[in-house]
Ligand binder design. Sequence first.
Ligand SMILES: Cc1cc2nc3c(=O)[nH]c(=O)nc-3n(C[C@H](O)[C@H](O)[C@H](O)COP(=O)(O)OP(=O)(O)OC[C@H]3O[C@@H](n4cnc5c(N)ncnc54)[C@H](O)[C@@H]3O)c2cc1C
Length: 386
Amino acid sequence: MQKIVIIGAGIASLTAAEALRQNGFDGTITILGEENTLPYQRPPLSKAYLTSDELPSPTPIRSPNFFRDNKVEFEQGGKVIALERSAKQVVIQGGRKIKYDTLILATGARPRPIDLPGESAKNVFYLRNLDHSAALRNALLAPECEKVAILGAGVIGLEVASAANLQGKQVSVFEANSRAMCRVASPLTSNFVRNRMASAGVMFYFNASVNQILTEGDRVSGIRLSDGTTKPADVVVIGIGAIPNAELAQDANLDCDGGIIVDSGMRSSDPDIFAIGDCAKAVNVSTNTPIRIETIHNAMLQAQIAAAHICGKPSPPASPPRFWSDLNGMKVQCIGIATGYDRIQRRPTESDNACEFWLFSGDRMIAAETVNLPTRQAKLSKALSG
Ligand SMILES: Cc1cc2nc3c(=O)[nH]c(=O)nc-3n(C[C@H](O)[C@H](O)[C@H](O)COP(=O)(O)OP(=O)(O)OC[C@H]3O[C@@H](n4cnc5c(N)ncnc54)[C@H](O)[C@@H]3O)c2cc1C
């Protein structure tokens, strides 16, 4: 009987297992996840969790019956520490080995460390998992927390800024670039979002390079900018991007370059090993060069593509990347990749609280961004899928 092993137990992993069964795979499927919990959704960790009155329970990715219903063996708390490609087996911490015929790497990503003095002080947070979110929530809710400094104006930084602002904290966002969300949205959308968050009280500092996290005793007390300015803070949150968990692949000599390199079927440089989700670097419908995309949509789509290829079935239809964010009551949604455009068209909207931008390269629309227009998404997605 064929045996598929999946390393990682996030949305990419569970979607792959489900899609393998839907495509008729009847061998064994084993998921190995290092976290000591049933697989949970990450998006709420930087949104509703941070503002909820009671410590929230994780939102499961699938119902508890998922593993039984899909005949999937799930081992939680089992970190894979090595791939032995010649023997076609993985090694779990403690030394146990598990054989595979096909291996799927769905190991995700982790926060990019800032590597500054003071980084390990109390009340300095990164945000990737449930424990991070619970600890940050408790720190934000503590009565002594008045000032919050966010390092990085990417999506996660802005979501934390929004949550802290809604709790009445004084929030300052420090960004090395000249604008917010610069990796994922056009300047027009980032300005729209920045202006509304600023009018809600969030303070933004752009072209601001933080070079020290200040401490008093073992606690954080503020940050210092490269021009020598200091800003007080009771809580500091670092949101400067993520790096792929690609070390297993690298150590096993798979092709990696800022992510595990895969072809259009999500196959790595070893034909028996696939990589999907945040850890994988692939060409997609919106780019001609390989790119790593950190979204739920991408993780699910790549999982479905890999499962189809493993089962010799047609790939699911191409679909442009997309993500959403909830910021100070705004629903921000982007389809396509906001890069390589030469023209942006602002579309008319009925309300000043909403906006819609179309991004073009020559005559071709390559991306669309909306704020507070959730019903536009289906139409825009269709337009961009060609
Ligand atoms: C706070 C936060 C908010 C987000 N909000 C949004 C949003 O609003 N919209 C959106 O589209 N996307 C959002 N994202 C991104 C989205 O959650 C990710 O793109 C998605 O979770 C990627 O899924 P994945 O399965 O590839 O990786 P992950 O979800 O990271 O899962 C990988 C799993 O593999 C495990 N693992 C790693 N190495 C090993 C090993 N050696 N052995 C065993 N297990 C291992 C990890 O512990 C982890 O549990 C958010 C992410 C975060 C962190």
